[in-house]
Design a protein around this ligand. Structure first.
Ligand code: NAI
Length: 484
C-alpha cells in the first residue's frame, strides 16, 4: 500500500473527491489515504495560509497530495491556498493533458480533427509571485521574476516528459519579441536544453500566434512549454478545445512533492447538488496512479471512463441533451459498472507496473538553485522611478542639476516610452517617470555612488523604486526604453 495525502477541497470538491475515491476503492487501487485539512474552511478557522500545521507536515512526509479545488477567500491580502501549495513545495512544472474524448462533442471532434496536447506551465515564478506595489496613487507595479534555475527545472522536465511520450514536437510559447530579458531568458534556456534532445523536434511560437494556431490547427501541436501566466491562459484555451474545464486534469510536479488536481475551481453555482462532472479529477487521479507506477489499474480505470463517455453517458455539463444527464454519484457508478471494458477508440495500453517516479527524502535545508558563475559584473548606472506630474523638460533640468560628477542623465521614460531627450507631445503621461542615469565614460560605479545620487535626487522628487543598471562582460543586463 502506498500512503498519500488527500484534501477534499471546497464547493464541489468533496462530491467529486468522494466519487473518485469510490472508483479507486472499487478498482482496489493499492493506496491508503490520509485526509488533510486545507481550503477555505481552514482559512475560516484562522489559519492564514489555508492549511493546518498538521496538514503541512503530513504532505511533506508523504510527498503526494491529491486535492479537490479550493476557494480563494475574497478580499485583499489573502493568497490562494492552491498557489501557496504549488509554490511552497516547489512543484515547478504544471502538466496539463488535453486529449480528444470520444463522446464529448466539440467542433474538432465533429470535424474528425484529433487533439492530444500536453501543456507544461512553469508553476512558481512570473507575475504569480503576486509581488505588487502601488508606486503612486495612479500607478501599480507587479514584479515579474523569470529565473534561470527555475526555467531550467521546468524546461528539462518538459523535454524529459516529451521524450518519454515519444512526442512529435516540443514547442516553447513566449513573448520574447517584446519581453526580451524575461521571456528572452526562458526561450534561450529552451534552446540550450534542446541541444541535449536532438531526437525531439524543438521550435518556438510567439504566444498570440500560438493561440491563433491552437484554435485553427490544434492537431499540429504536441508538447508546449510556457511561462506561468501565459501557460495558465493557454491551458484554459486548450480545455475549451476538448470540451471544457470538466475534462482538464493537472499534475503539479516537483522533485520531492507532487500535487494532483483538476484545472477547474470549486464551481460554487452547482456545489452540493450532485451535478458536478468528476472526470477532470478522475483523470488527474489516473495520472497520479501512473506517476506512482500503478500502470495496470490506471489503464483499467481510464478505459472504463473512456468507454462510459463513448457510450453517451454524461453529467449535465456536456453530452447529448436527449440522453438524461446523470448526477456525480451515478456517473461514478456507471464507470465502476464499465470496469474492464475497452473503448472502441483511443484505448489505453495495458502496461506493466513500474517503480514509483517519486524520490522521497527529508530535506534538512532549503535548496539554493544557483546555476551560473558570475562574470565581470559592473554597475554602470541606475534607473530611478520618481513620482512627478511635471513635464519631461522640467524633470530633466532638476535631474541634471542633481546628477553630480559621476553620472549623466541618459533618458527619461514614462510607462516605458522615451519622453526625453526626444519624444512626442502625443505620448500621454502618468505621474511616474523612470529617469535613467549612467556613469560618465562607462566608468564602473559602486553602491555608495548610487546612494549618493539617490539622496541628492530625493531633495527634488519622491523616489518610488530603483533598479541598478548592470553590465556583464559586454552585455547590458537591462532593457532599453521604447524609442531610446
Ligand atoms: P470554476 O472552475 O469553479 O467554474 C467555472 C464554470 O465551470 C462554472 O460555471 C462551473 O459550474 C463550471 N464547472 C467547473 N468545474 C465543473 C465540473 N467539474 N463540472 C461541471 N461544471 C463545472 O471557476 P470560478 O467560478 O472562476 O472559481 C470558483 C472558485 O474556485 C474561486 O474561489 C477560485 O479561486 C477557485 N479556483 C480554484 C482552483 C483550484 O483549486 N485549483 C482553480 C480555479 C479556481
Amino acid at each position: 500500500m502506498i500512503k498519500i495525502a488527500v484534501a477534499k477541497g471546497d464547493g464541489i470538491g468533496p462530491e467529486i473527491m468522494r466519487a473518485v475515491l469510490h472508483i479507486f476503492n472499487e478498482a482496489k487501487v493499492p493506496l491508503e489515504y490520509e485526509m488533510v485539512e486545507m481550503g477555505k474552511w481552514v482559512f475560516d478557522k484562522g489559519f492564514n495560509n489555508g492549511m493546518t500545521p498538521a496538514a503541512k507536515e503530513t504532505i511533506e512526509d508523504l510527498g503526494i497530495l491529491f486535492k479537490g479545488p479550493m476557494e480563494t477567500p475574497k478580499g485583499k491580502g489573502v493568497k490562494s491556498v492552491n498557489v501557496t501549495a504549488r509554490k511552497t513545495w516547489n512543484t515547478y512544472a504544471n502538466k496539463r493533458v488535453f486529449q480528444t474524448l470520444h463522446g464529448v462533442d466539440t467542433v474538432f471532434s465533429k470535424a474528425g480533427i484529433p487533439i492530444d496536447i500536453t501543456i507544461v506551465r512553469e508553476n512558481i515564478e512570473d507575475t504569480y509571485g503576486g509581488i505588487e506595489h502601488m508606486l503612486t496613487h495612479d500607478v501599480a507595479l507587479s514584479r515579474r521574476f523569470i529565473t534561470r534555475p527555475g526555467s531550467l527545472q521546468v524546461i528539462k522536465y518538459a523535454f524529459e516528459m516529451a521524450r518519454k511520450k515519444a512526442a512529435k514536437r516540443i514547442t516553447c510559447g513566449h513573448k520574447a519579441n517584446i519581453m526580451k530579458i524575461t521571456d528572452g531568458l526562458f526561450l534561450d534556456i529552451f534552446y540550450e536544453v534542446a541541444k541535449d534532445y536532438p531526437d525531439l523536434k524543438a521550435d518556438d511560437v510567439i504566444v498570440d500566434d500560438l493561440c491563433m494556431k491552437l484554435v485553427t490547427r490544434p492537431d499540429i501541436f504536441d508538447v508546449v512549454v510556457l511561462t506561468n501566466l501565459q501557460g495558465d491562459i493557454v491551458s484554459d484555451l486548450c480545455a475549451g478545445l476538448i470540451g471544457g474545464l470538466g475534462f482538464a486534469p493537472s499534475a503539479n510536479i516537483g522533485d520531492h512533492i507532487c500535487i494532483f488536481e483538476a484545472v477547474h475551481g470549486t464551481a460554487p453555482d452547482i456545489a452540493g447538488q450532485n451535478k458536478a462532472n468528476p472526470t477532470a479529477l478522475l483523470l488527474s487521479g489516473i495520472s497520479m496512479l501512473r506517476h506512482l507506477g500503478l500502470m495496470k489499474v490506471a489503464a483499467m480505470i481510464e478505459n472504463a471512463l473512456l468507454f462510459t463517455l463513448e457510450s453517451g453517458i454524461h453529467t449535465g455539463d456536456f453530452g447529448n441533451k436527449e440522453i438524461p444527464a446523470l448526477g456525480t454519484k451515478e456517473f461514478a457508478e456507471a464507470i465502476i459498472h464499465n470496469f474492464h471494458q475497452q473503448p472502441k477508440q483511443g484505448a489505453k495500453p495495458n502496461l506493466e507496473d513500474q517503480p514509483p517516479t517519486q524520490t522521497k527524502f527529508k530535506l534538512e535545508r532549503n535548496p539554493m538553485l544557483e546555476s551560473i558563475e558570475k562574470e565581470n559584473e559592473v554597475i554602470v548606472g541606475v534607473d530611478l522611478f520618481i513620482e512627478s506630474n511635471e513635464q519631461p523638460d522640467a524633470i530633466a533640468m532638476k535631474c541634471l542639476k542633481n546628477a553630480g560628477m559621476k553620472f549623466t542623465l541618459v533618458n527619461i521614460s514614462n510607462r516605458g516610452t522615451q519622453v526625453w531627450p526626444t519624444g512626442s507631445v502625443y505620448t500621454n503621461l502618468v505621474n511616474q517617470y523612470n529617469v535613467r542615469f549612467e556613469s560618465i565614460d562607462h566608468e564602473p560605479l559602486n553602491q555608495q555612488d548610487i546612494i549618493g545620487l539617490y539622496i541628492s535626487l530625493s531633495a527634488n522628487f519622491k523616489i518610488c523604486s530603483s533598479e541598478l543598471l548592470n553590465r556583464w562582460g559586454d552585455k547590458n543586463a537591462y532593457s532599453m526604453a521604447q524609442g531610446q
